[in-house]
Design a protein around this ligand. Structure first.
Ligand SMILES: Cc1cc2nc3c(=O)[nH]c(=O)nc-3n(C[C@H](O)[C@H](O)[C@H](O)COP(=O)(O)OP(=O)(O)OC[C@H]3O[C@@H](n4cnc5c(N)ncnc54)[C@H](O)[C@@H]3O)c2cc1C
Length: 222
C-alpha cells in the first residue's frame, strides 16, 4: 500500500479508521489488522448491533469468516428453496449449495463473534459517530461525537474505510454517487471501492461489481 507522503512521527492515531461496526466494518477491520495495520473502528452503538435480517450466511461468507479466524456456529444450511404462498407444493424454486453448507445464526451472535475476534487481534474501538471528515495530502481527520455528553473529538488516520451501511453518510461527505444501488443490485462481499480523485479514503458500495481498485486488491498488493 503506497501513501502519498511520509508522515511526521506521532501524527496519526491509527493507520486505518473504519467507520461503522456492522459485519462489513468488523470484517474489514480484522482483515486490515491481520495485514499489520493499526486499526480503529468507530461505531456509535455499543452492544452487538442488531437489525432486520434473514440471518443466513451463504457458503462464501462462511469461507471468508473462517479465513478471518471467525468460526460461525449455528444451523448448517444446504440450500435455499422459495415457495409460492399460493401454490407451495408445485410452485417453488430451489438451489442446493455446491461450495459446502451455509450457516443460519442470529445476527447479534455474528456481531459478537466478529467483535471478539477484532478485539483479540488488536483492533481498537471508539464508541462514537463520525460527524464529518477532512482530507489532506497525508491523511484524513475525522470529527467524532460520542452522544453521551463528552466533548467532540477527532481521530487522525492515514486511511478511512467507509463501512457505514446502505445509506452511508461517508459516501455523502465525499460527494460520491448518492444512489449506488439504483441501477445495480448485488451482494456484500468484496464490496468496497476507492475514490480515485481522493486518495486515502475508501468507501463501501456493495454493488457486487468491485472495480479495479477494490479494497481487497489493495490489501493484496500492500
Ligand atoms: C430484511 C433484511 C434481511 C436480510 N437478510 C440477510 C441475510 O440473511 N444474510 C445476509 O448476509 N444479509 C442479509 N441482509 C443484508 C445485511 O443486513 C446487510 O448486507 C449488512 O447489514 C450490511 O452490513 P454493513 O456492515 O455494510 O452495514 P450495517 O449492518 O448497516 O452497519 C453499518 C454500521 O455503521 C454504523 N454507522 C452509520 N453511520 C455511522 C457514522 N456516521 N459513524 C459511525 N458509525 C456509523 C451503524 O451504526 C451500523 O452499525 C438482510 C437485510 C435486510 C434489510
Amino acid at each position: 500500500m503506497a501513501f502519498a507522503e511520509s508522515a511526521p512521527a506521532g501524527e496519526f492515531d491509527c493507520d486505518v479508521a473504519v467507520v461503522g461496526g456492522g459485519p462489513v466494518g468488523l470484517a474489514a477491520a480484522i482483515g486490515a489488522r491481520l495485514r499489520g495495520f493499526e486499526v480503529v473502528v468507530v461505531e456509535p452503538r455499543g452492544a452487538a448491533v442488531d437489525k432486520a435480517c434473514g440471518e443466513g450466511l451463504m457458503p462464501g461468507a462462511v469461507a471468508e469468516l473462517l479465513r478471518l479466524g471467525v468460526r460461525p456456529h449455528g444451523h448448517p444450511l444446504t440450500g435455499i428453496t422459495y415457495k409460492s404462498a399460493a401454490h407451495p407444493t408445485w410452485r417453488q424454486a430451489g438451489h442446493d449449495f455446491r461450495a459446502g453448507p451455509g450457516v443460519g445464526m442470529r445476527r447479534t451472535e455474528l456481531s459478537t463473534l466478529l467483535t471478539e475476534r477484532a478485539a483479540s487481534c488488536g483492533v481498537r474501538f471508539r464508541l462514537a459517530r463520525v460527524e464529518s471528515l477532512v482530507q489532506d495530502a497525508r491523511g484524513v481527520t475525522l470529527s467524532l461525537a460520542s452522544g453521551n455528553g463528552d466533548l467532540p473529538s477527532t481521530l487522525r488516520s492515514e486511511w478511512v474505510f467507509g463501512c457505514d451501511g446502505l445509506h452511508s453518510s461517508i459516501r455523502g461527505m465525499l460527494e460520491l454517487d448518492p444512489h449506488p444501488l439504483r441501477s445495480v443490485r448485488g451482494g456484500a462481499s468484496d464490496c468496497a471501492s476507492t475514490s480515485p480523485s481522493r486518495p486515502g479514503v475508501t468507501t463501501s458500495r456493495c454493488t457486487g461489481r468491485p472495480d479495479s481498485s477494490s479494497t481487497s486488491r489493495r490489501w493484496a498488493s500492500g
